[in-house]
Design a protein around this ligand. Structure first.
Ligand code: ATP
Length: 355
């Protein structure tokens, strides 16, 4: 299902303190109905705290939270129209698949025929139709996670919260489950809020990504926005590999870095101003050295990455990471080129020695 432009979660000015520690610092976020929103950031940035706040396992120290149009800042978890899927599947080991999924429905004293219909529908949704009487201990990690998702969707919550649900799976299973989650999201029509520290997973799954660092939101945007137009060097560095270089704006549309003047498209940074320059490894063209080169350097390393090679090239005092489908051997003298629109200029936020 497509997301609607109707807010389902509205987080306004929320902060969370644990003693002296500020885990969340003035968070403002609106999630629309049907959206797949991922909260992404390094360990300790506050993403789990934010998810737990939406779930109701934590309460905000400041600010307010609305879900489905109702103020729920102080509402306990079981009275919120949300369900959570955790990294550790948290299934009851002594119950079979059916009873694990039906657990919450039994507590609500749902009539048996309706309960059976709902459990079967949930199992179908996660692709485990014939598994209802299996012992959960006999299932693989991926199957257990599917049961956990079935349990979370069986009572049709408005919002499904997923806290690193694929983290315990091996790479192949993780990739398969990513595709399945995307499919499930489409067919269920439920809003997904997903927490991960894996940028590739966030880019693959999400309608929008919320990038966090140190309790603050750094950027909210679509995967392409976040990847192509990072607002600062933190986001650029966190989302995929980046060369982040010290530069000086000569004037609008002309920047100096690595000892060379480059045309760029950015404006409004002022003349002779220090800036951060971000260039993605795949945007640097590498070729045998020639007069066409903007930069010349010597290959320091070349690693095969599956589809492409990743090389480091020393240009004067600067080491740049470059990707190409060909390997340029260590010690080769090479030329580099970058197009003006692939040079991203950012306000200087780092101290000189940060990177
Ligand atoms: P990870 O990916 O490692 O789980 P995270 O981004 O989810 O990290 P949080 O678990 O939200 O981060 O924690 C944010 C900060 O708040 C961390 O510094 C953490 O130590 C702190 N914190 C979280 N819960 C508590 C708590 N109950 N008491 C004290 N400090 C806490």
């Amino acid at each position: 299902m497509q997301s609607e432009n109707r807010p389902i979660i509205e987080i306004k000015n929320v902060s969370k303190f644990f003693g002296e520690k500020t885990a969340l610092d003035h968070i403002n976020l609106t999630v629309n109905k049907g959206e797949f929103v991922t909260i992404l950031g390094p360990s300790g940035c506050g993403k789990t705290t934010l998810l737990r706040l939406i779930a109701g396992f934590q309460t905000a120290s400041e600010g307010s939270l609305c879900i489905a149009g109702k103020e729920v800042t102080q509402t306990p978890p079981h009275k919120r129209p949300v369900n959570t899927v955790f990294q550790k599947y948290a299934l009851f080991p002594h119950l079979n698949v059916f009873d694990n999924i039906a657990f919450g429905l039994k507590l609500k004293k749902m009539p048996k025929p309706e309960m059976e219909r709902k459990v079967k529908a949930a199992l179908k949704m996660v692709g485990m139709t014939d598994y209802e009487y299996r012992d959960v201990n006999s299932l693989s990690g991926g199957q257990q996670q599917r049961v956990a998702i079935a349990r979370a969707i069986v009572n049709e919550p408005e919002v499904l919260l997923l806290d690193e649900p694929l983290a315990a799976l091996d790479l192949k299973m993780r990739k398969d489950m990513q595709m399945e989650l995307k499919e499930m999201h489409k067919s269920l029509g439920i809003t997904f809020v997903y927490v991960t520290h894996d940028q590739e997973e966030a880019l693959t799954l999400s309608d929008r990504i919320v990038v966090m660092s140190e309790g603050k939101i750094q950027q909210i945007g679509t995967p392409t926005d976040i990847y192509n137009e990072p607002v600062n060097s933190f986001v650029a560095d966190f989302i995929g590999e980046s060369n982040i270089l010290n530069g000086t704006m000569i004037r609008d549309g002309l920047v100096n870095f690595c000892g060379h003047d480059f045309e760029c498209v950015d404006k409004g940074f002022g003349e002779n101003k220090p800036v951060d320059v971000v260039v993605r490894p795949e945007d640097l063209y590498i070729f045998p050295v020639s007069d066409a080169a903007q930069l010349r350097g010597v290959v320091q390393s070349c690693i095969f990455k599956g589809v492409h090679y990743e090389m480091t090239v020393l240009c004067g005092n600067y080491e740049l990471v470059v990707q190409d489908y060909h390997c340029f051997p260590v010690g080769d003298e090479v030329g580099l080129l970058v197009k003006p629109f692939d040079i991203h200029i950012m306000k200087k936020e780092r101290t000189e020695n940060t990177f």
